[in-house]
Design a protein around this ligand. Sequence first.
Ligand SMILES: C[S@@+](CC[C@H](N)C(=O)[O-])C[C@H]1O[C@@H](n2cnc3c(N)ncnc32)[C@H](O)[C@@H]1O
Ligand SMILES: [Zn+2]
Length: 296
Amino acid sequence: MPALPQHLLTCPVCALALQDVGRTLACERGHRFDAACQGYVNLLTGRGSPFEGDTSGMVEAREAFLDSGHYEPLRRSVVAAALRDAEAPAVALDAGAGTGYYLEALAAAVPGLFPVALDLSKIALRRAARRLPGGVSIVWDVWRPLPLADASVGVLLNVFAPRNPGEFVRVLAPGGRLVVVTPRPGHLAGLEEVGPLLSVPAQKADDVLAAFAGALVETGREDLDYTMSLPRDLARSALVMGPAARHQGPGGTTTPPGQAAPLEVAARFTVQVLARPGHAGRRAGCTAVPGDGTGG
Ligand SMILES: C[S@@+](CC[C@H](N)C(=O)[O-])C[C@H]1O[C@@H](n2cnc3c(N)ncnc32)[C@H](O)[C@@H]1O
Ligand SMILES: [Zn+2]
């Protein structure tokens, strides 16, 4: 495990600081959390989480799709939004990081950045740990108090993943920024031939803003639209990697890959930046809201 910044992670049992002791995170009271051989650390204690992270099928589909480069324009946009007109952050957290695709690019753009990937899915975090050798990948449920110190995070990424506004605000440093990606109506239009899509509400970005009202101010909002030409196997991955897969029975397309024309599929995102005002001590009590059940 790479050098962990002092006072960044907190013990999920007693809230004291976690220190990096070889391949183990430990607090002064003796609570210890060993890194799995795949590189992530599971901090979920006791009852764990009632929620489910992405399954291996979803993670494999996501990795195949992201590797194809079709979300590269989005990744560039996320990194630009995180760094535009800002000092280089020392710590970046990705809440619902999945395989660490976006955080990896941010870490590559900021020398010395310490990346923290949080996700409920161990399968996804195995990949994130590989992508983020200079950081830490933690199994955690974003609906629980985050195992990070107050005001410890310079950039917080949240890409098609659940949001916990109260906790996001607490861990953001004054002047820190939250980058949120949400899908817009029409996202993935063109995939209907492969399987049913979930509809995307029109006002997601406004809902995000409302959830952080009084605590964070919106400093940027950009719509990103383009068309992807997807061979059938990637079109299937685009469907399986997202929440629509949970609402789908087995089956789907029966066309063998390579035997049909590529599908023209819409990518429609909003990339939003919300900043914590630059003076310490201001924190609003927000209630948790459900994150994205759609998109990705
Ligand atoms: C649509 S995927 C997006 C992953 C990644 N941000 C990306 O875009 O590649 C949503 C992610 O949120 C994770 N997730 C869902 N519920 C969660 C929770 N309560 N706490 C932490 N992660 C959660 C899933 O395991 C999954 O990796
Ligand atoms: Zn402890």
